[in-house]
Design a protein. Structure first.
Length: 270
């Protein structure tokens, strides 16, 4: 139905008898896009958990299945906004936008215990620094292998490997080109997707089973959206702790990448 709607002119679409009856429903859904997006995401989550329970015996978490399905649907969507480019799914742009994302991060962080946070101490701080520097070095090396040999481009792409937020912030600060900034965002998004999908499968092997280790994991890996989604598929109780330090990882990247790390890169490149 939506494929036909997306590829036919509206007058052609509603000349089909079936769509004449569906037209009022479609118009209502378009006018209440955000409500419909909540309903749709809830339905996807429900089906995903049923699949997890009945087909995989909980070996693959329901959240991981839902996330994978969401990525697949986003890939199929046309236009810059993915599936939200189709009018009836326009609410997805708001539901998946930065405003509600940041709101969810803040709200989950409020569920963290300050007692558990204090336990990380110096280790947590070191993880933030190590995670930021390591991601920057890996991203900068990728930029160099791609043929970029100027400090601005290397620093911007390296910052993007921290998170897709740090990349544009660094690029704007050092004066990188818009194409390089776009690459830094793409690298950050790819990292977020990898972290989201891989976390449930490696969590037990790496001991990410308690708040302390979840905070260390968030500080090392960064990517708040990836860490939050990955831990949600692993154990929802760990999400506030991983999201908290992952958010600090972004702040650390915005502090270090356009300043100390950029100038070190400038020295090395020259």
């Amino acid at each position: 139905m939506f494929f036909i709607q997306n590829n036919f002119h509206q007058s052609q679409l509603f000349s089909i008898p079936l769509f004449e009856y569906l037209q009022p429903i479609i118009e209502i859904l378009q006018k209440n896009g955000l409500v419909f997006s909540f309903l749709l995401v809830g339905l996807i989550m429900y089906i995903s958990y049923l699949v997890s329970k009945n087909l995989t015996n909980h070996k693959i978490p329901g959240a991981a299945i839902a996330i994978s399905f969401g990525l697949f649907v986003a890939y199929l969507g046309n236009g810059e906004k993915g599936i939200a480019s189709i009018p009836i799914f326009s609410g997805m742009a708001i539901l998946g936008g930065s405003m509600l994302r940041d709101y969810s991060i803040v709200s989950t962080a409020l569920g963290a215990s300050f007692t558990e946070i204090k336990k990380t101490g110096l280790v947590g701080l070191l993880c933030l620094v190590i995670g930021t520097v390591l991601a920057y070095v890996v991203g900068g090396s990728i930029a160099f292998m791609m043929g970029y040999n100027d400090a601005k481009s290397i620093a911007t792409i390296g910052a993007g490997a921290c998170t897709f937020i740090v990349g544009p912030v660094t690029g704007s600060a050092v004066g990188a080109s818009s194409s390089v900034i776009a690459i830094s965002i793409a690298i950050g998004v790819i990292k977020s997707v990898i972290v989201t999908i891989a976390t449930p499968f490696v969590a037990k092997k790496f001991g990410i089973i308690d708040p302390h280790n979840a905070m260390i994991f968030g500080g090392l890996v960064g990517s708040t959206s990836g860490v939050s989604a990955g831990l949600a598929a692993t154990d929802p109780k760990l999400v506030p702790y991983g999201a908290l330090t992952a958010t600090f990882h972004t702040a650390m990247g915005c502090l270090l990448c356009p300043s100390i790390l950029y100038y070190l890169t400038l020295i090395i490149v020259q």
